[in-house]
Design a protein around this ligand. Structure first.
Ligand code: PMV
Length: 356
């Protein structure tokens, strides 16, 4: 058995400022609309990959333990994509560590597939450009593509050019399919562009009842989905501009409203296989307490805004100058809610940290 180079990569999770909710293609993870995020310095995934010629199967360890069958299948499928790109059949040994517990309620799939894409592609002898790497990561988990570039990032959904003609029918109509390479991530601003803080409050650590993949699919059943899609282009423009101008109030309000709108779509979506659910409720009672607290703080002139992903935890955004006051205000509330939080700054994207 021969071993290729052993490559280690690091990546951070990212927080969506404009959410990605709804896909055009569930298999390729082509989003219905663009989204914008910031990488979170407070959490890191470190992944080492080595390809072993002659090995019979891939081996995948996550946080020191053999991956569950479900996680293994997802990683092996991603390794197949890398093998296909590199023209190899060698199996791989993968070891991945998260410096935050899976139960911290921060989605680890974005940092996991970003670090895996970079480590595996390099270990297979590929040297992918950032755009190609983001496309590869996207196929593992849509939001993972945003953990590839540094800092503030846009996941570009692709415009009219995302369709390509495939065949012409007997009636002369052109049938189209989605192109794979028009949905990718690109940097909007480097991490040092704006010194903001993101405080992630861990409200509930239980595994969620409805995964984000199921949530994406269910969007089509919401009567508000078309309105959600129609609101996205102006929101994206507002957020891009507020980031460029460092206009925190405009940014914060747009981010908070858009997150609540995503949850309105989720709460009005239905799942065919769970007819006892009237909608998808990701919030816990503590989530609502925080929504109310944030509005009160703003009334008292503390500029804090929130956003919520597909789970109960709340991410608070403020400028660096307001972080100490925010943590003072959080004090009592945290005692009531269980008291755990993580503070991040805008961070770098995926990078190689070791090559032997
Ligand atoms: O990448 P996925 O399939 O886990 O979807 C991410 C969905 C949200 O976190 C709710 C929104 C986002 O843009 O990150």
């Amino acid at each position: 058995m021969g071993e290729g180079p052993k490559v280690t990569a690091k990546a951070h999770p990212n927080l969506a400022l404009v959410k990605y909710w709804g896909k055009l293609d569930d298999e390729l993870n082509i989003p219905a609309s663009s989204s914008i995020s910031v990488n979170l310095s407070g959490a890191t995934t470190t992944t080492t990959v080595v390809f072993v010629t002659g090995a019979e199967a891939d081996s995948v360890m996550i946080d020191g333990q053999a991956a569950s069958p479900k996680a293994f299948a997802r990683v092996a499928k991603h390794l197949d994509r890398v093998r296909q790109l590199a023209g190899t059949t060698a199996r791989a040994r993968v070891e991945s560590w998260n410096d935050f517990p899976a139960s911290a309620g921060i989605a680890s799939s974005a940092s996991a597939f970003a670090a895996l894409s970079l480590a595996a592609s390099r270990a297979a002898g590929l040297s992918l450009a950032e755009r190609e790497l983001s496309i590869l990561a996207r196929k593992g988990s849509g939001s993972a593509c945003r953990s590839i570039p540094d800092g503030f990032v846009e996941f570009v959904a692709g415009g009219a050019d995302k369709f390509q003609p495939t065949t012409t029918t007997i009636k002369g109509e052109v049938e189209t399919c989605l192109k794979d390479d028009t949905a990718y991530a690109r940097q909007l601003f480097p991490p040092e562009h704006w010194d903001m803080r993101i405080t992630t409050l861990i409200i509930d650590q239980r595994p969620k009842e409805v995964s984000s993949s199921e949530g994406h699919q269910a969007t089509r059943t919401s009567p508000f989905y078309e309105a959600w899609l129609a609101a996205l282009p102006p929101t994206l423009e507002t957020v891009r501009r507020a980031l460029a101008d460092k206009d925190f109030r405009t940014l914060g309000m747009a981010v908070e409203r858009q997150a609540i709108a995503m949850h309105a779509v989720a709460m009005t979506s239905s799942l065919a296989d769970r007819d006892w659910l009237s909608g998808i409720y990701y919030w816990a009672p503590g989530t609502v307490s925080l929504i109310q607290a944030v509005q009160d703080w703003r009334r008292q002139s503390l500029e804090v805004y929130l956003t919520i992903d597909a789970g109960p935890n709340v991410h608070l955004l403020c400028e660096a100058k307001d972080q100490a006051e925010l943590e003072r205000e959080l004090g009592c509330l945290l005692l009531a809610l269980g008291g755990r939080y993580l503070v991040s700054r805008p961070a770098a994207g995926a990078r190689i940290v070791g090559e032997e």
